[in-house]
Design a protein around this ligand. Structure first.
Ligand SMILES: *[C@@H]1O[C@H](CO)[C@@H](O)[C@H](O)[C@H]1NC(C)=O
Ligand SMILES: *[C@@H]1O[C@H](CO)[C@@H](O)[C@H](O)[C@H]1NC(C)=O
Ligand SMILES: *[C@@H]1O[C@H](CO)[C@@H](O)[C@H](O)[C@H]1NC(C)=O
Ligand SMILES: *[C@@H]1O[C@H](CO)[C@@H](O)[C@H](O)[C@H]1NC(C)=O
Ligand SMILES: *[C@@H]1O[C@H](CO)[C@@H](O)[C@H](O)[C@H]1NC(C)=O
Ligand SMILES: *[C@@H]1O[C@H](CO)[C@@H](O)[C@H](O)[C@H]1NC(C)=O
Length: 736
C-alpha cells in the first residue's frame, strides 16, 4: 500500500509539473497576444541642450519618441515664470488624432527640456497596468497655478497630492478624450486645463483618471529634493524615492529644480557609471587631429586682467604656447590694473605679429570688469566667431591642448576645471541657492579631487570657459551687467535661464588658479613676495632645482671648509630680481658705525647694505628660512633644533670704490647663511670669505649657491677684497 501511495505521489508530482509547463506556455502565449504597445510623445519647439539630453536618455532605454512642434514658433508663454503651455495641448490634438481609436495603444506624454528617462518601457507598462487606471497624471507637492483649488482635490493618505501636467500616461482613446474635453487657447494654461478635468468627479470616476501620488512612474522634483537620491545598480543608476520606496521611471526637473536635475543628469541614463566612468564624454564629440590648419574653426580668445595678478609672465607665455593655429585666433584683451603696463604692451606688440587680429582695452579706456567682458562678447558677435574662449589672467593653463580639447568636446559651454593648489576653491559651482550664490553639490569634492572624472553639467562656471558662437551671436548675446550682480554670476544666470548647459570637465589636467588677493604692486618684482600665497609658482621660479637634493636625508652636503656647508638655493631669476629690487629701492646704508636701523643705533662691523625689513620682505624671508634653510641646517648639524629666526637679513654690496672688504669678525648668530647673488669673474673680481682659524677661503662661490657656517667662536671670518665690479651677497644671521 505504502509503495502504491508513493507511486501516486510521483504521478501527482509529474502531473503538476506538466500542468505548470502548460500554464507557463499559455501565459507566455497570452503575453505575445497582448498587443498593447507604448508610444512616447513630447512637444518641443527647439533643440535645446535639455531636449538633446532627453532624446539621449530615450535612446539609451530604447524609446521611440514622437516629437511634436519642432521648429514651430512657441506661443505658449514663458512657462518658467508664468502660466502657459496651452499650445502644447493644441499641438498634441493635431498630432495624436490618428490614434484616438487605438485601444491597445498606451501613450505616454512627457515634457522634454527638463525630463530624463531612467527606466525602459517594460517597467513603464508594468507599473501603469498595475495602477488599473485609464489615464494617470504625475503628482507634485505644490499646487499651481490656482491654489484656491486645493480643497477640491480628493484626500490622499500618502503621496504628493497635486496634479502636474508635465507627464501623463493613458490608453490612446482616453488621452484623446482628455486633450479634447474642452477648448484651450495657445496661451491658456495646460496644467489648469487638466486640473479641472481631474477635479471633475464624474469624469474622474467614469474615465478612471488617477494621479501617480507615490511616484511609481513619474517623479516631479520640485519640492521633493529631500525625497530622492541616485542609486547605482547593475552598471547604471536609478532614481530612488526614499519616502515612498519607489523607483520612478521618468524624472522631471520642474520649476526651480532644474539645477538639481542637471546634477542628477550627470549620472542617469548611463551618463557616468562607477564601472565605466564617463560614458557620455565620448558621445557627440569630434576630432581636430586630421583637420588642416586652414580649416580650424576661428576662435576669439578673450583675455582678462581685472586685478593685479602674480606671475603674469607665465600667463602670457601660456597664451602664446596654446596649441592652436594663431592665424585662426582673434585676440581680445581687457587690462584694468595699471600694474605692469610695459609688460602688457610688450605682449600686445608681439601678439600683433602673430595673431589674426588683436584688440586691446587698456586702463586708459576706463572700462569696468562688466563693460570689458561685454566688449569681448560684442567683439565675438561682430566677428561672427565660431567660438569664444574667455581666459582670466589668474588661470594657469599648463596644458597647451586645452582649447582644442574643449572644442572637440562639442558642448554649448564648457569650462576646464581649475582650482587653487591645495584648496577646495575652483572655477565651478556644483549648485546655486535661490539667490544664485554658491551652494555645494554632493559630488563637488569628489570632482575637485578627481575621484570622479568626467563631464559635469554645473550651475556656475568662471575664470576660463569656451562658449559656442551660436550662444553669443545676436540676438542672444548675453550680458555681464545685471543690477549689481557679479559679472560671472550674471552670465551664468542668463545661460541657466535659457536652458543652456554649462559643463565643467576634468577629463584632462588643464591647469590651476593663482591667488591674486595678496598681490603686491609697489615693488619692482612683486612676484618675489608671493612665497606665502602662491608657493608652488614661487618655488618653481625661485628655488634652485638642485636644492631639493641637498635637502634630502642621506644625501651628503658639500663642505667648502670645516663645518662650512655649501649648496644651491636660488635660481638665476631670483638672484637677478633681488639685486634689481635692491637697486630699485636704492637706500644703501652709509657703511659707518652709526646705524639707525638697529635697536642700539650702532653697528660694530658695518657694511653697505639694505635690510629685508626696509623693502618689506622680512616676514617673507623668515618664512623662507623656516621652509628651506632650517631642514638643511638640522641635517648638517645633527642635534641642533633651529628656530630659524633672524633679526638681521640683508643684501650687501661690495665695490672697490665704496666698501670693498670686511675685517675679521664674529656674526651675532648661531649660524649664518651667505648667498652669492652674482658671478665671480663676470660681474666682479676678488671677493670671497676667509675662515681664519682654518686659513680656508671660499672664493668664486657660484651664483645662487650659499655658505652655511657657525656664527661664532670657531668661525671667525673676514670678507675678502672685491677688486673690480660689484659683488652682491645676501646674508642672514640665524638664531642670534
Ligand atoms: C531656439 O533656440 C535657439 C538658440 O537658443 C534660438 O536661436 C531660436 O530662436 C530658438 N527657437 C525657438 C523657436 O524658440
Ligand atoms: C555597462 O554599460 C555600458 C554602457 O551602456 C556598456 O557599454 C558596458 O558594456 C556595461 N558594462 C558592464 C560591465 O555591464
Ligand atoms: C555636436 O553636438 C550636437 C548636439 O549638441 C550634435 O547634434 C552634433 O552632431 C555634434 N557634432 C558632432 C560632430 O558630433
Ligand atoms: C588621422 O589620420 C591618421 C592617418 O591617416 C589615422 O590613422 C587616424 O585614425 C586619423 N585620426 C582621426 C581622429 O581621424
Ligand atoms: C572711470 O569710470 C568711473 C565710473 O565708471 C568714473 O567714476 C571715473 O570718473 C572714470 N575715470 C576716468 C579717468 O575717466
Ligand atoms: C694660508 O693659506 C694660504 C694659501 O691657501 C697660504 O699661502 C698661507 O701661507 C696660509 N697661511 C697660514 C698662516 O698658514
Amino acid at each position: 500500500m505504502a509503495i502504491n501511495m508513493e507511486g501516486l505521489q510521483r504521478f501527482l508530482a509529474m502531473f503538476l509539473a506538466l500542468l505548470l509547463v502548460v500554464c507557463v506556455t499559455l501565459a507566455s502565449d497570452s503575453k505575445t497576444k497582448d498587443k498593447t504597445r507604448l508610444l512616447v510623445v513630447t512637444v518641443a519647439t527647439n533643440e535645446t541642450d535639455g531636449f538633446n539630453r532627453y532624446m539621449r536618455s530615450a535612446k539609451k532605454y530604447g524609446y521611440d519618441v514622437k516629437v511634436v512642434g519642432m521648429h514651430q514658433p512657441w506661443k505658449g508663454g514663458d512657462v518658467l515664470n508664468a502660466p502657459g503651455g496651452g499650445q502644447k495641448i493644441n499641438l498634441l490634438k493635431e498630432a495624436l488624432k490618428e490614434y484616438k481609436d487605438e485601444k491597445n495603444l498606451i501613450i505616454m506624454f512627457t515634457d522634454s527640456y527638463d525630463v530624463i528617462f531612467t527606466m525602459g518601457q517594460d517597467d513603464v507598462l508594468l507599473h501603469f497596468k498595475g495602477m488599473e487606471k485609464n489615464l494617470v497624471f504625475s503628482a507634485e507637492p505644490f499646487i499651481w497655478p490656482d491654489e484656491s483649488l486645493a480643497p477640491d482635490y480628493p484626500q490622499v493618505e500618502a503621496g504628493y497630492p497635486f496634479l502636474c501636467s508635465g507627464m501623463y500616461i493613458g490608453y490612446a482613446p482616453y488621452i484623446w478624450k482628455a486633450l479634447t474635453w474642452r477648448d484651450i487657447t495657445d496661451d491658456g494654461d495646460d496644467q489648469l486645463f487638466f486640473t479641472y478635468l481631474y477635479l471633475n468627479q464624474v469624469k474622474r470616476k467614469n474615465w478612471r483618471i488617477g494621479l501617480d501620488n507615490k511616484a511609481v512612474l513619474f517623479q516631479n522634483m520640485n519640492g521633493a529634493h529631500g525625497d530622492i537620491s541616485i542609486r547605482f545598480q547593475n552598471n547604471n543608476s536609478v532614481i530612488f524615492n526614499n519616502k515612498y520606496e519607489t523607483n520612478p521611471a521618468v524624472l522631471h526637473g520642474n520649476g526651480r529644480s532644474k539645477t538639481m536635475l542637471n546634477n542628477f543628469g550627470n549620472y542617469l541614463a548611463y551618463h557616468w557609471t562607477p564601472e565605466e566612468g564617463c560614458v557620455a564624454c565620448e558621445e557627440d564629440t569630434f576630432s581636430l587631429a586630421n583637420v588642416t590648419e586652414d580649416d580650424f574653426p576661428p576662435v576669439l580668445v578673450a583675455l582678462f586682467i581685472e586685478v593685479p595678478t602674480p606671475f603674469l609672465d607665465d600667463f602670457f607665455d601660456q597664451v602664446e604656447a596654446l596649441d592652436y593655429p594663431k592665424k585662426k585666433i582673434d585676440l581680445f584683451l581687457h587690462n584694468q590694473p595699471k600694474h605692469r603696463l610695459n609688460r602688457v604692451a610688450r605682449f600686445v606688440k608681439k601678439a600683433k605679429e602673430m595673431y589674426r587680429s588683436v584688440k586691446l582695452y587698456s586702463p586708459a579706456k576706463n572700462l569696468t570688469e562688466e563693460q570689458g567682458r561685454n566688449k569681448g562678447l560684442q567683439h565675438c558677435n561682430d566677428l561672427k566667431c565660431d567660438y569664444y574662449f574667455s581666459w582670466d589672467a589668474d588661470v594657469r593653463l599648463t596644458n597647451p591642448k586645452t582649447l582644442q580639447l574643449l572644442i572637440e568636446q562639442n558642448r554649448s559651454v564648457i569650462a576646464p576645471i581649475a582650482r587653487k593648489e591645495g584648496k577646495l576653491w575652483s572655477n565651478f559651482w556644483g549648485d546655486v541657492n535661490r539667490d544664485g550664490f554658491y551652494s555645494r553639490s554632493e559630488d563637488y569634492v569628489d570632482i575637485i579631487k578627481d575621484y570622479k572624472i568626467g563631464l559635469w553639467n554645473v550651475a556656475f562656471i568662471s575664470s576660463v570657459y569656451l562658449i559656442h558662437g551660436s550662444k553669443i551671436h545676436a540676438p542672444h548675446t548675453p550680458t555681464f551687467e545685471i543690477d549689481d550682480m557679479d559679472p560671472d554670476m550674471a552670465l551664468c544666470k542668463q545661460l541657466r535661464d535659457k536652458g543652456v548647459f554649462m559643463y565643467a570637465t576634468n577629463m584632462h589636467y588643464f591647469g590651476y588658479l593663482v591667488v591674486t588677493e595678496y598681490c603686491e604692486t609697489e615693488h619692482l618684482h612683486n612676484d618675489l613676495w608671493e612665497i606665502g600665497s602662491n608657493r608652488k609658482d614661487w618655488e618653481r621660479h625661485f628655488i634652485h632645482p638642485d636644492y631639493y637634493k641637498a635637502a634630502e636625508p642621506g644625501v651628503e652636503v658639500k663642505q667648502a671648509c670645516p663645518d662650512v656647508y655649501t649648496f644651491p638655493i636660488f635660481t638665476e631669476e631670483f638672484t637677478t630680481k633681488l639685486i634689481e629690487e635692491m637697486e630699485f629701492f636704492g637706500q644703501w646704508s652709509s657703511g659707518t658705525n652709526e646705524d639707525q636701523r638697529l635697536a642700539g643705533g650702532y653697528e660694530n662691523v658695518p657694511t653697505r647694505d639694505i635690510h629685508m625689513r626696509q623693502v618689506d620682505y622680512e616676514r617673507h624671508f623668515l618664512y623662507f628660512l623656516r621652509e628651506f634653510i632650517k631642514p638643511v641646517c638640522e641635517k648638517v648639524y645633527p642635534g641642533y633644533d633651529s628656530r630659524a629666526h633672524a633679526i638681521m637679513n640683508f643684501v650687501v654690496r661690495y665695490r672697490p670704490d665704496e666698501q670693498p672688504a670686511l675685517r675679521p669678525h664674529h656674526d651675532s648668530s648661531t649660524y649664518t647663511i651667505n648667498v652669492a647673488l652674482n658671478t665671480h669673474g663676470l660681474d666682479y673680481e676678488g671677493g670671497g670669505a676667509r675662515f681664519i682659524r682654518y686659513n680656508c677661503s671660499v672664493v668664486g662661490l657660484e651664483k645662487g649657491h650659499l655658505l652655511m657656517h657657525p656664527g661664532r667662536l670657531t668661525h671667525y671670518h673676514e670678507g675678502l677684497r672685491t677688486t673690480k665690479g660689484t659683488r652682491y651677497i645676501l646674508v642672514s644671521f640665524i638664531d642670534p
